[in-house]
Design a binder for this molecule. Structure first.
Ligand SMILES: C[S@@+](CC[C@H](N)C(=O)[O-])C[C@H]1O[C@@H](n2cnc3c(N)ncnc32)[C@H](O)[C@@H]1O
Length: 240
């Protein structure tokens, strides 16, 4: 049985896991990479990798059993431009991103990322200042960060952090506060479920601008202060 959630802050998930470089993951490591953070069972990337085979795809996921199942699907199809890795993105991804050859990362997606709606669990959420700066540091100007969620209390802080970092712009033509549609060719499993229920999905597409990265301590302090200020979400009241 696959656990519903794991606590990314527990000692086990805080252990760093070295992630293989593109040359060890893909048959043609020179292709641009789409990185999907929190890929779960991996069916979104499995479909996208077949629909748009021109790039390499990496999915990272903290629940190991899901990664094993996703890898089995990939291997059954013999796909050499797709890989799934087990890790805590907040612990192991920063080094991998920093070591990428310049210009290789084309797009990062973070989709329906967190089960942690409560204020007291905000530290468990995946998009934290260090990870965002690692993503911004690895994306060349014009390259994309796409984020979506069905939970406003989850997506709003992600957007606030991306704006505070000042390294990203939204396409001028995109609707505010939320983009009208998904720019990716394939919906995720969670997205399909949410849309099937007739519920809204909140989406934002960012492109890396030319600004230098802000210092991590400054962004982390801003984030800390924001967490302190933020009031409990309605979800917390509903699920005490
Ligand atoms: C609600 S699911 C959504 C899965 C998929 N992106 C979708 O839209 O269908 C969020 C996934 O992110 C994973 N996740 C959460 N925190 C993570 C972390 N720190 N590192 C890696 N994966 C994480 C969870 O285990 C879960 O599988």
């Amino acid at each position: 049985m696959v656990r519903q959630h794991v606590n990314p802050l527990s000692a086990f998930f805080q252990q760093p896991r070295p992630l293989a470089p593109p040359a060890e993951l893909f048959a043609d490591p020179a292709r641009p990479i789409h990185l999907d953070i929190g890929c779960a069972r991996g069916r979104f990337l499995l479909a996208l990798a077949q629909e748009e085979p021109q790039r390499n795809y990496l999915g990272v996921e903290i629940r190991r059993a899901l990664v094993s199942a996703a890898e089995a699907d990939r291997q059954a199809l013999g796909l050499q431009h797709l890989h799934y890795l087990f890790c805590n993105a907040n612990v192991s991804l920063e080094g991998w991103l920093a070591a990428l050859p310049e210009g290789l990362l084309e797009r990062v997606s973070i989709q329906f990322p967190d089960p942690w709606f409560k204020k007291k669990h905000q530290k468990r959420r995946v998009l934290q200042p260090a990870l965002l700066l690692a993503i911004a540091g690895a994306l060349a100007e014009g390259r994309e960060l796409f984020m979506q969620s069905d939970v406003l209390a989850v997506i709003e802080p992600m957007v606030a952090l991306a704006e505070a970092c000042s390294c990203f712009e939204r396409p001028a033509e995109d609707a505010r506060p939320w983009r009208a549609d998904n720019p990716l060719a394939v919906p995720t499993e969670r997205e399909t479920y949410v849309l099937g229920q007739g519920l809204p999905v909140y989406r934002v597409l960012y492109r890396r601008n030319a600004n230098p990265l802000p210092p991590l301590p400054e962004l982390a302090q801003w984030w800390q202060e924001r967490l302190q200020r933020s009031s409990d979400s309605p979800a917390e009241a509903a699920n005490p």
